[in-house]
Ligand binder design. Structure first.
Ligand SMILES: C[S@@+](CC[C@H](N)C(=O)[O-])C[C@H]1O[C@@H](n2cnc3c(N)ncnc32)[C@H](O)[C@@H]1O
Length: 193
């Protein structure tokens, strides 16, 4: 049974709608940071609104590891990836509410996306530590949280939690209807076990 603070499946369908691109265009949001050949993770990928564009950008020399708590989200994304002939680039994984289960990726990831997911995660410090661990030195994390669900103050607290884990702020990004920030891993000494 999925907890009530977690995005319901019907919202997953809405979030995957092409109409959303009018406000949040994945290519515009991602193309500055994501390049061909990169290895990226999409945390809380749902049905792949960002995962499929990510796969198209990184291409066959790159990869996108898509992680979600809910099986239905992952299964739907898998079907979409097959239909779009992107299944060789997209790897899907289920996680638990306590862990992303990505320790095997330590130090391998160039870019991580956490779009509209962090407010649904209970242990944010652990989440940031797990993301920090899998990023390469200089690897980036883009966080966006919906203004409708997350106040400016709570977004500020969330950034502080990320900074406590070792992330540095690169810039406050502009994404419609969202609070957004681009962070960077740049201190190997803060790497936690
Ligand atoms: C609001 S949706 C956002 C989906 C997607 N990132 C987007 O912007 O279209 C949040 C997603 O995060 C997933 N989620 C919630 N808690 C999670 C956790 N602890 N770890 C990974 N995914 C989680 C939910 O199952 C849901 O698919």
């Amino acid at each position: 049974m999925v907890e009530e603070h977690v995005c319901p499946i019907w919202v997953g369908y809405l979030l995957a709608s092409p109409l959303r691109k009018m406000a949040q265009n994945p290519d515009k949001i991602l193309s500055k940071q994501v390049k061909p050949g990169m290895k990226v993770i999409d945390i809380g990928c749902a049905m792949g609104f960002f995962s499929l564009p990510l796969a198209r950008i990184v291409g066959t020399d790159g990869s996108v590891v898509c992680i979600d708590l809910q099986e239905k989200m992952i299964k739907t994304l898998k079907k979409k990836a097959d239909r779009a002939k992107l299944a060789d680039i997209i790897e899907t994984r289920m996680c638990t509410s306590d862990s992303l289960l990505i320790n095997d990726l330590a130090g391998q990831i160039d870019f991580a996306l956490a779009f509209a997911v962090i407010h649904e995660v209970q242990n944010k410090e652990n989440l940031f530590s797990e993301i920090y661990r899998v990023l390469q030195q200089g690897g980036k994390l883009l966080i966006a949280e919906p203004k409708g669900h997350v106040s400016k103050e709570n977004f500020g607290r969330l950034i502080e939690t990320a900074q406590n884990v070792g992330f540095k702020i690169i810039e406050h990004s502009i994404i419609k209807r969202s609070h957004a920030v681009l962070l960077k891993k740049n201190n190997p000494n803060i790497l936690k076990s």
